[in-house]
Every structure is written in structure tokens, then in C-alpha cells.
Ligand binder design. Sequence first.
Ligand code: NAD
Ligand code: UGA
Length: 474
Amino acid sequence: MHHNPALYLLHRRLLEQVDFQKRILCIGAGYVGGPTMAVIADKCPQYRIELVDVNPERIRQWNSDNLPIYEPGLDEIVFRNRGRNLFFSTEVARGIEESDIIFVSVNTPTKTFGQGSGQAANLEYVEAVARLILKHAKTDKIIVEKSTVPVRTAQALQRILASGASPLHFEVLSNPEFLAEGTAIPDLLAPDRILVGCMETESGHKACDQLSAIYENWVPKDRILRTNVWSSELSKLTANAFLAQRVSSINSISALCEKTGANVHEVARAIGKDSRIGSKFLQAGAGFGGSCFRKDILNLVYICRSQGLTEAADYWEQVVRINEWQQDRFVLNMVAEMFNTVANKTLTVFGFAFKADTGDTRDSPAIRICQALLEERAQLRIVDPKALPYVESDLGTLKGVTLCQDPYEAVAGSHAIALLTGWKQFAELDYRRIYNAMEKPAFLFDGRNLLDHGALFEMGFNVYPIGEKPLRHF
Ligand code: NAD
Ligand code: UGA
């Protein structure tokens, strides 16, 4: 679409004349901003939605046939609405000027410098956006915090926005996003809940009504929760902490299962039937990854500690420690089972993304695990349908690493397979063919418990699930 810039400008000018009910801007066209705004545009043709980003390459990709992120169902929605009521641009200042409601979905990574380094959230991008809004706004605005931020960030934003001589009114709302990557589109189309936090003032409640009205175009009203701003901000960190905690809890039990002959699937099923516990998010594996769990828990830990709540901080920090331990345990087990050395052995890694159906590798367990295996001087062949372009920058090197598109080529002469991402494709491979192509004894470490372990054992593999007795031929 719009390969011709002149045509694009003309098209845009024509659209300017269309009387849109609301003009919505989203600053930050990433994993959250992109899919969220695409869905709003799709569900609300009466609104004009624009995404802006400081990264021109990202915007170019959003305007091309190859979108910058992979998310099932996203392409169709973007292609269907782009140029109609969904626009992507780098013109942040103009975007601010023209909009009534501004979503802020810039990145809030863990700080890597100064006070709180390694734990606190780096709020420089969020703050920069507040200053840009103050500078360029010519009318009142509702500012929506979509990024995940520490509790009370809205206050800082409100103070910056009120710091100028400007007579304009800026109302800050908190509206955290709960989508998971790989299922972003279904999550956005049918969210469990939408959370809107506002200041407890008349203008706060009015702004809340306006934001809710957007979601009411497709989300049932009883799923739109209203809270005060601080509860909303804190609920986002808490939700991620609870989710990650469940994974670390079941992973800690998986280690005990391996020692005792209990089976972690059976345990998960048995406890999950208790409606108070629930069955989701009890899948043991090689650890959780993704851009947010670790970051958000460490942020929570930092906030607790800075409020003097040492025990609460230690409690949540342990969720991250268990996750690292689970990944380290995986590597130790590989080395121990392969006769205490993997030096110069070829190991095939199935999956590098942090979960299936995404190309995202941020904080992927595969990074830590591959780095540890490279330190053991193994030769790695890495297979992933979407994530190969990021391997080099994530590992800091391609020394000792071969990137492979074809899993069958990758396994030829390989001593072991380590399955780290639950891509469906990996479950559908011809493992007899794979077994025949590998060095013997052939080892398979299933870090996602994805495969049929009994069948693999029958074929001749030595199989190592997570949280279950290994199936060895010796
Ligand atoms: P991302 O890095 O993919 O996207 C953020 C974008 O903001 C980048 O493209 C960056 O260039 C842009 N940006 C930074 N400063 C800017 C500025 N001043 N002006 C314009 N653009 C600017 O990040 P993401 O994964 O979309 O996450 C965004 C926020 O949402 C984070 O706070 C994250 O914790 C939260 N979140 C993420 C997910 C997820 O699944 N990734 C889910 C829920 C919440
Ligand atoms: C997570 C939350 O699920 C979202 O609600 C939240 O919005 C998002 O973080 C965020 O704030 O960024 P996401 O990280 O995209 O979403 O993906 P998840 O499905 O939560 O998986 C996270 C990690 O946990 C993956 O590495 C996955 O393999 C692992 N996991 C998940 C398990 O090991 N076991 C499970 O049972 C579930």
C-alpha cells in the first residue's frame, strides 16, 4: 500500500477531510502499540488512529508488506485498516497536535545504569513523551499510560504536564495492557478485562468515561474495570508477578519430581482441578522468558525495597532466582547426562524465541542456555522459524553457532537436541529420520515437554523431559 509517496499524501489529505469522531494517537509502535491500535482501528472505523515512533525503520516496516513484528492475525487487520483510519508515521509533534487522546506505549526497560541498575524501570522514554506532549499540545488531551510503569508514575507525568505556563488541561489515565505475545490479537479482541485507572476527580472520571467508550465498541461493559490510578498501575505489575510466580512454583516442583519419581504433569493436573488454584500457567519448562516477567518483577522488588519492605522484596525476587536456577539446571543436566562433557559436540537447539508463535527473543531462556553451552565449548546449531535474525545480537557472537532453517540438516551428526521453544512445527517432525541422522547415543532434552517421550524412547533416543523420570537406554 502507498508505495507512491505523492499518492499517499493525496490520500491522507482526503482523509483529513473525513469527519472522524475522535483522533487517537499512540506514541510507541512496538509489540503493544501496534497490535492494540490495529484492533481499535478495526473495531472503531469512526476514529482516526495514528501510531508514531522515533524509530523510522520501524515505521517504514509498519507501512510495508513486512510488518516489524510477527503476530498471528496481525497482518490481515493492519492491511485491512491501514490508510483508511490507521496510519503510521514518525511525525510525533504533528501527531500530538492533532490528537484528542494519546496512548503512551513506549518501552520501559530495566535500568542498566545508576541507582536501581538491574532492577528499577528506566522511565526516561515515558518522561520524554510527557515533555513532548507539553511542548507540542495546543488543545486539552487525555494521556493514557499503556506502558507498564511503577506505581505512582502517573503522578510524575501529571506534574511534568502541569509544569509549564500552558493553560491546557492534561488528564492522565492508567490503562495497562495484558496481551500475551503469540496470542495478542485474540487477547485484544476478547480481553478478560480492560483496566482503567483514573484520578478521583470529576475530570478524571470524565476522561475514564471517554476511554471506556472506546473499548465499549467491542468489549462487554462488565469487563471494563475502573479503579484509582495507583491500583491500576500496581495491578499490572502484580498480574505479571503472579503469573510468573506460578511458572516458578511449578518449575520448583518439577525439580523435586525428577528426584522422586513423581510426574509434574500429573501433579499439575491434580492441583489444577482445584478451582481455587486453576489449571492454567502450570506448564513446567526450561523457564519463563519474554520482555516483561523478569523486568516487571524486578521493578516490583525495587519498589518494595525502596519502601523498606525487605521481606516482600525478597519474596518476589525469589521468583526470578528460581527461573534462573531452572535454566541453569537444564544445562547442568545436559552436561551431566552426556558423560560430563559437551566440548566440541554438536548440539541442535530447537527454538530460540521466548515462546511459540512469536519472533521475539527478549529475555528468552534460550539465550542463557545457549551461552552456557557455548562456555562448555559445544558447537550449536540453532533452528527457529522466526527468531534466527536475533541470535547473533542476543548471544553477542556467532562463534561456535550455525543458524539453520532446516531442522533435518541441523541434526545431521548432532549428539543431542535441546528443545527450548514450543513451536508446533517441532512436534510435527519425523523423529525417526532425525534419530537416524544423529550421532549415537542420541540425546533429546525436551525443555517444553512438547514431544511424545515414550515414542521417542522406542525409536532409540535417550529422552529427558522436565519434571519426569528420564528415559535412558543405559
Ligand atoms: P517495544 O520496544 O516493542 O516498543 C516501544 C516503542 O517505543 C519502540 O519502537 C521505540 O522506538 C518507541 N519509542 C521510545 N521512545 C519514544 C519516543 N520518545 N517517541 C516515540 N516513540 C518512542 O516495547 P513493547 O513490547 O511494545 O512494550 C511497550 C510497553 O508495554 C512496555 O512498558 C511493556 O512493559 C508493556 N507491555 C508489553 C507487552 C508485550 O507483550 N510486549 C505486554 C504488555 C505490556
Ligand atoms: C505475559 C503475560 O501473560 C501477559 O498477560 C502480559 O501482558 C505480558 O507478559 C507483558 O506484560 O508483557 P508474554 O510474556 O507475552 O505475556 O507470554 P506468556 O504466555 O505469559 O509466557 C511467558 C513465558 O512463560 C514464556 O517463556 C512461556 O514459555 C513461559 N510459560 C508460560 C511457562 O513456562 N509455563 C506456563 O505454564 C506458561
